[in-house]
Ligand binder design. Structure first.
Ligand code: NDP
Ligand code: 2IT
Length: 444
């Protein structure tokens, strides 16, 4: 058994009942053989064993009072996975499905994603099984204040800087920041995705979606192709999906379908993003309302059917494992040419295999959605320097970062004999920097 196989076996044995964590680790470790072969010194210092073990896992109780006066209790998590190249950095997810396995898979992915940005940020992730759906603003505030009343002692502008993820957007970051500032009496860059009036950065709201389109655009450019006239389907209708749609449309693409967790809308004449924004960002409503407002569009219960819609570009931007092998096969059969992952781990291992074998362009999450965290790092830089950059300045830096990521993973895939395999390219480039830093730090 090779060193990598042994590490993976032990990881599965030592972390039972964590299927998402096993999946992310499998995807990563099965591509790192060329690096590990080149660096036999890694095994001698148990580098990979340390890489897959979080530096720290914090789990805590989050009690809060709902509008009826009932006391409610949720679980809170922060996994501080790896600080070799910078302070822990990564989002907070509030969703009923959240558990340790999901936070650990997200944290592991985040280490390599953050490394790929080229900026000095380590990897972490956190969240809660709290369900924000249907809660009043006061309930959201009460929950966020209680969550931060424990989290504050573990984070800091140079220690660990959380941000948003599913269920955590501008409103939640505001409440979390307010409580941190109140407890610590410090107005510092301890969270990113802050509002523009209190230390946030322009473009952070748009960054993940725009970045996803910038890297896909670069992959297209390398093939003499462009978004102009392309038919696109996008899963999700939250932060990442909305701004991916906005940028794709601005480049001449026609986005024909989007979904939320209940079902998808198909609009053959092109999704009207103003209607989606009104439903999702303003009213926090359901996407089914789109079909009532837009003539000629159709709402379908359930999400899976969306992947059967013929398209040139598919952008999964909702959640993990939303594309299985069967959906991947349908996409390929109907002519998809580019799949770029806005969500984290949206494709199952089977789905990835289908994409890789078909020869389409597959841009994996840790490269394709790195624009969000990269812009978070730009927000951190502005906070430290007490600066405020213009929209154009931040957008240009974001675009440069995404273009660089594309070329770095493309070059690495070629160099290690895996041309066009961007999963391998992304894992290898992300890992090399972290491994170098870990080697320099000794056994810690
Ligand atoms: P939001 O909460 O803004 O939106 C999430 C969207 O995904 C909603 O439309 C939601 O539908 C849908 N969704 C969630 N769970 C499911 C499910 N089980 N089945 C179908 N649809 C689902 O989150 P974001 O847009 O911020 O995040 C989306 C993805 O992008 C996540 O994987 C996240 O980790 C990743 N990501 C986010 C970044 C960011 O900067 N925000 C950066 C990089 C990656 P509903 O409203 O019905 O719940
Ligand atoms: O998955 C991710 O990269 C995010 N949710 C964004 C993290 C961040 O710190 O901006």
């Amino acid at each position: 058994m090779s060193y990598l196989e042994r590490v993976l076996e032990n990881l599965k044995k030592n972390n039972p009942n964590e299927p998402e964590f096993h999946q992310a680790a499998t995807e990563i470790l099965t591509t790192l053989a060329p690096v590990v072969e080149k660096h036999p010194e890694y095994e001698a210092v148990a580098l990979l064993e340390r890489f897959v073990e979080p530096e720290r896992v914090v789990m805590f109780r989050v009690p809060w009072v709902d509008d009826k006066g009932n006391v409610r209790v949720n679980k809170g998590y922060r996994v501080q996975f790896n600080s070799a190249i910078g302070p822990y950095k990564g989002g907070l997810r509030f969703h009923p499905s959240v558990n340790l396995s999901i936070i650990k898979f997200l944290g592991l992915e985040q280490i390599l994603k953050n490394s790929l940005t080229g900026l000095p940020i380590g990897g972490g992730k956190g969240g809660s099984d709290f369900d924000p759906k249907g809660k009043s603003d006061r309930e959201i505030m009460a929950f966020c204040q209680s969550f931060m009343t424990e989290l504050y002692r573990h984070i800091g502008a140079d220690t660990d800087v959380p941000a948003g993820d599913i269920g955590v957007g501008a409103r939640e970051i505001g409440y979390l920041f307010g409580q941190y500032k109140r407890i610590r009496n410090e107005h510092v860059g301890v969270l990113t995705g802050r509002g523009l009036s209190y230390g946030g950065s322009l473009v952070r709201t748009e960054a993940t979606g725009y970045g996803l389109i910038y890297i896909t655009q670069e992959a297209m450019k390398a093939r003499g192709d462009s978004f102009d006239g392309k038919t696109v389907i996008i899963s999700g209708s939250g932060n990442v999906a909305i701004y991916a749609c906005e940028k794709a449309q601005s480049l001449g693409a026609k986005v024909v379908a989007m979904y939320d967790s209940d079902g998808y809308v198909y609009d053959p004449s092109g999704i009207r993003l103003d209607v989606i924004k009104e439903i999702k960002e303003v009213k926090r409503g359901r996407i089914s309302g789109y079909a009532d407002k837009v003539h000629g569009s159709k709402y379908n219960e359930g999400c899976k059917g969306m992947w059967a819609i013929p398209c040139d570009v598919a952008l999964p931007c909702a959640t993990q494992n939303e594309i299985d092998g069967q959906s991947a096969a349908l996409l390929v059969k109907h002519g998809v040419k580019y799949v770029a992952e806005g969500a984290n781990m949206p494709s199952t291992l089977d789905a990835i295999e289908v994409f890789q074998k078909s020869g389409i362009v597959f841009l994996p999450a840790k490269a394709a959605n790195a624009g969000g965290v990269a812009t978070s790092a730009l927000e951190m830089a502005q906070s430290s320097g007490r600066l405020f950059w213009s929209f154009e300045e931040v957008d240009k830096k974001l675009k440069d970062i995404m273009v660089n990521i594309y070329h770095n993973i493309d070059d690495a895939a070629r160099e290690f004999g895996r041309e066009g395999d961007y999963s391998a390219g992304a894992n290898i480039v992300g890992f090399i920097k972290v491994a170098e830093a870990m080697m320099a730090h000794g056994v810690v």
